[in-house]
Write a protein that binds this ligand. Structure first.
Ligand code: SF4
Length: 158
């Protein structure tokens, strides 16, 4: 294996270790937060862009439930469990902005391991309980997540 491939694998592994540890550390606190004070962030790369009718805001989208991707099922769960909201974000800056505006106490972030790692670090100073769900297929488009795992995490403490 080439050196750069080894270095990338080792970086990816460090993201996995860090996010897994943070999830464990913050799980109990997250479970004690009322769903009404929790926000879910999903990545825009999960959208089915060929048919997506989500409403675009400056740094995020609001799902219009067209049924074209799994976000519609996540949105159903968010409503069923009485969460504050689901935002489909274009990047980390959107998360920071929404957290400042909405003041949630708990966050579920669905993302690739790199973004999960960055988000935990970015939100370290905020008084928040964060849980991360990794994508099962990452990349720039047509990404995917395991809905059973999303439901398990969203339902913690419910
Ligand atoms: S379900 Fe929502 S996010 Fe997915 S393609 Fe439709 S409007 Fe876009």
């Amino acid at each position: 294996m080439k050196l750069c491939k080894l270095a990338n694998k080792s970086k990816e592994q460090s993201y996995v270790v860090f996010t897994t540890k943070q999830n464990k550390l913050q799980e109990k606190r997250f479970a004690s937060v009322s769903p009404k004070k929790r926000i879910v962030f999903a990545p825009h790369c999960m959208r089915n862009t060929s048919i997506c009718s989500a409403i675009e805001k400056d740094s995020y989208y609001i799902c219009a439930d067209c049924g074209g991707c799994k976000i519609t099922q996540i949105n159903k769960l968010v409503k069923k469990l009485n969460y504050m909201a689901l935002y489909i974000v274009k990047g980390g800056r959107a998360i920071s902005k929404i957290v400042k505006e909405q003041s949630p106490e708990g966050i579920v972030g669905i993302a690739c391991f790199f973004e999960g790692d960055q988000a935990f670090k970015m939100l370290k100073e905020e008084n928040l309980a964060v849980q991360f769900v990794s994508l099962t297929k990452d990349g720039c488009s047509a990404t995917d997540a395991n809905l059973i795992e999303v439901e398990r995490v969203l339902s913690l403490g419910c």
